[in-house]
Design a protein around this ligand. Structure first.
Ligand SMILES: Cc1cc2nc3c(=O)[nH]c(=O)nc-3n(C[C@H](O)[C@H](O)[C@H](O)COP(=O)(O)O)c2cc1C
Length: 145
């Protein structure tokens, strides 16, 4: 079953242009994928935290060696990565805020991107952990995203 992940980041709702556009995409996608599943992530109600030292420490600890506290620190990130892994396609509703993305979207990127660290380029093709299990690469990034 194809799965679409919808990520919205506007602080506005009914009047939001980006939400209107992402919703239009969803309706078209549903028509093209009548058996498809849609996962919706509204970043303005997700209470995402900034990445701090505890988060980085937990993230860089091999999965099997993490303490219960470290697992808890990564819970939100695990949920967000789970949504990414579950999806085959993605649509992002993104207004421009002060010549950048909304701060909630940057928080989302921080929660997922650095744990997507075993993405490598083989023969011009990107391969990464988002579709599989998280891998720990001693020394950090091989090819960071
Ligand atoms: C806090 C804030 C900052 C913005 N900064 C910019 C900007 O730097 N450049 C720009 O072209 N528009 C800027 N805009 C306008 C929005 O990008 C634009 O209105 C967009 O359609 C908003 O999308 P939304 O309706 O989905 O929230 C800003 C709007 C807000 C509320």
């Amino acid at each position: 079953m194809p799965t679409l992940l919808v990520v919205n980041s506007s602080p506005f709702h009914e009047t939001s242009v980006s939400r209107h556009l992402s919703e239009e995409f969803v309706q078209n996608w549903k028509q093209a994928n009548p058996n498809g599943r849609v996962i919706t992530r509204d970043l303005t109600s997700s209470d995402l935290k900034t990445v701090d030292a505890a988060w980085v420490g937990a993230s860089y600890t091999p999965k099997d060696a993490r303490t219960a506290e470290q697992k808890q620190v990564l819970e939100v990130s695990d949920t967000l990565l789970g949504e990414l892994r579950a999806a085959d396609e993605y649509v992002f509703g993104v207004p421009m805020h002060n010549f950048g993305v909304p701060s909630v979207l940057k928080l989302w990127i921080d929660q997922v991107a650095s744990r997507w660290r075993d993405v490598c380029v083989f023969g011009g093709r990107a391969e990464g952990s988002v579709g599989g299990e998280e891998g720990y690469i001693p020394g950090g990034y091989r090819r960071g995203l």
